[in-house]
Ligand binder design. Structure first.
Ligand code: ASP
Length: 291
C-alpha cells in the first residue's frame, strides 16, 4: 500500500475517532453483511471489528471456531467455500497460520480483512498504532521508534515495521537474539540486544507480548529474568527522550514485558488510546472496501 493511501485511511480514521456517531455513518454499510471468522482468540480486535461494523450499520455474524464445523474437522478451504455461498460482503479473518488469510481471500468473492495471521501480519493493528502515534507526536517521519520484545513471533511488529518505515520513521528492533527473526535487518531496522542501548533517546517504545503459545521450546530463561533484562520499567524508560511515549498492543503480561506502573501511567502510556483508535481505524478500512 502506498504512503498516500495509508495517510488517506488514517485521515478517515481520525474523522471517525473525533466525530460523534451520525445517521450517515449508519448508512455506510447498511444492508451489508460482515462475517468475523476467528480461528484464534481475540478480545480487542474481534470486538472492535464488531463494534465498527455496527457503527456503520452492517449486520455482523461472529463465527467462533469452538462452535463451528471446524471442530468437526472442516478444512479452512471448505469453511471458506461455505461462507462464500452465503454471499457476505466482507470477511474479517484471523488464523494461527501465516498466510492462511491470504489463502482464504483467494477462495471467496468478497473482500477479506486480515485480522492477524500467525506471525506474519496484523495490518489494522499497525494502522491504529500509526494513527495513535501521529495524534500524539503530530508526525511519523523522523521519529525513532523502538519495538521491543518478542519480535520473532509478532505479526504486530512486522506490520508496524512495514508501515512505519514507509512513513519515514526510524525503527529499532530491541530483543534477545532468540526472539529476533533471522534477517530482520533486511526490513530496514536497526537491531539492538539490550534495552539500554535500544531505548536510548527514542520517541516511542512499543512493547510486545511474550508469545509463549507460538514457541516450540523455551526461548527465555525465565519470566523473571526476562523482565529484568527486557521488561520496560522506570530504569529503562528514563533513558528514552523525556517526552517518550509507551505502547503495547495487548494483551499485556504485567510484570513480564511491562511494569504495571508504566502501563497505567496516563502521561506516558498510549495503551488506552490505541484501543480507542482501533474502532475508528476498522470503520475506515471496512468503508474503503465495501461502501
Ligand atoms: N493482539 C495482538 C495479536 O493478535 C498481539 C498479541 O497477541 O500479543 O497479534
Amino acid at each position: 500500500m502506498a504512503a498516500s493511501e495509508i495517510i488517506k485511511l488514517m485521515d478517515r480514521s481520525e474523522y471517525y475517532l473525533d466525530s460523534p456517531p451520525t445517521t450517515d455513518h449508519k448508512k455506510t454499510l447498511q444492508g451489508k453483511t460482515v462475517i468475523n471468522l476467528f480461528y484464534e482468540n481475540s478480545t480487542r480486535t474481534r470486538t472492535s471489528f464488531e463494534l465498527a461494523s455496527l457503527k456503520l450499520g452492517a449486520n455482523v455474524i461472529n463465527m467462533t471456531v469452538d462452535s463451528s464445523s471446524v471442530k468437526k474437522g472442516e478444512t479452512l478451504i471448505d469453511t471458506a467455500m461455505t461462507l462464500n455461498a452465503m454471499h457476505p460482503d466482507l470477511l474479517v479473518a484471523r488464523h494461527g497460520d501465516s498466510g492462511a488469510v491470504h489463502l482464504l481471500a483467494d477462495k471467496v468473492d468478497c473482500s477479506v480483512i486480515n485480522a492477524g495471521d500467525g506471525r506474519n501480519e496484523h495490518p489494522t493493528q499497525a494502522l491504529l498504532d500509526a494513527l495513535t502515534i501521529r495524534r500524539y507526536k503530530k508526525n511519523l517521519a523522523g521519529l525513532t521508534i523502538a519495538i521491543c520484545g518478542d519480535i520473532a513471533h509478532s505479526r504486530v511488529a512486522r506490520s508496524n515495521i512495514y508501515l512505519l518505515t514507509k512513513m519515514g520513521a526510524r525503527i529499532r528492533a530491541v530483543a534477545p537474539a532468540t526472539l529476533l527473526p533471522s534477517q530482520i535487518q533486511k526490513l530496514g531496522v536497526e537491531v539492538y540486544h539490550t534495552m539500554a542501548e535500544g531505548i536510548a533517546d527514542c520517541d516511542i517504545i512499543m512493547m510486545l507480548r511474550l508469545q509463549s503459545e507460538r514457541m516450540d521450546s523455551a526461548l527465555v530463561p525465565s519470566k523473571r529474568e526476562y523482565f529484568h533484562f527486557f521488561g520496560l520499567d522506570s530504569r529503562f524508560l528514563a533513558l528514552a527522550k523525556p517526552d517518550a511515549l509507551v505502547m503495547h498492543p495487548g494483551p499485556m503480561n504485567r510484570g513480564v514485558e511491562i511494569d504495571s506502573v508504566i502501563a497505567d501511567d496516563i502521561r506516558r502510556s498510549l495503551i488506552r488510546p490505541q484501543v480507542e483508535a482501533g474502532v475508528a481505524v476498522r470503520m475506515a478500512v471496512m468503508e474503503s472496501l465495501v461502501a
